[in-house]
Design a protein around this ligand. Structure first.
Ligand SMILES: Cc1cc2nc3c(=O)[nH]c(=O)nc-3n(C[C@H](O)[C@H](O)[C@H](O)COP(=O)(O)O)c2cc1C
Length: 139
């Protein structure tokens, strides 16, 4: 089964508080490790931006699971490609919260220094996530 990468954006629902966020990360890491899915999740109090990498089949299964989660809505795929190798292979799900440290990265890949992932092109989102991964230690 070919390897693929998928990036989507979504909007946090009112159910998504700090505790819910912790639960999302814990469950994601458990499930993704079992399915050999790797990736990165970036977020602020409004939006999620997530990259998932893995076999096309597992990627589809995982994404279909994620879109039905009531802790977010308006889930929109902005990037999909078949790939030869992973870029986020060190993380079953890396977590990069948006902080003032990431405002320069937003400026680098979008028209403002705010985190507005629906306004990103798919390619910009991918490049932004590559930049964000520099801020993370390996798991
Ligand atoms: C923004 C967001 C990202 C998520 N990412 C993943 C993920 O990468 N992998 C995963 O298995 N579940 C992910 N989830 C959680 C799933 O939607 C779902 O709640 C979970 O897999 C259900 O686990 P359970 O059946 O063991 O309760 C995510 C949820 C949200 C809201």
């Amino acid at each position: 089964m070919p390897l693929a990468r998928l990036i989507y954006v979504s909007t946090l629902s009112e159910k998504c508080d700090a505790l819910a966020l912790q639960d999302i990360l814990t469950k994601s890491r458990e499930h993704n490790e079992e399915r050999n899915i790797t990736g990165l999740l970036s977020h602020n109090s409004e939006y999620f931006l997530q990259c998932l990498e893995g076999s096309r089949e597992e990627l589809n299964n995982t994404y279909n699971h994620i879109i039905n989660d009531s802790r977010h809505n308006n889930v929109t795929i902005i990037y999909y490609e078949e790939i030869h190798s992973r870029q986020f292979g060190d993380w079953s799900m890396g977590d990069v919260p948006q902080t003032h440290l990431t405002s320069l990265i937003n400026l680098q890949f979008s028209g403002s220094d705010e985190f507005k992932p629906y306004d990103l092109t798919g390619k910009s989102a991918y490049l932004m996530l590559l930049e964000l991964k520099q801020h993370l230690p390996s798991e």
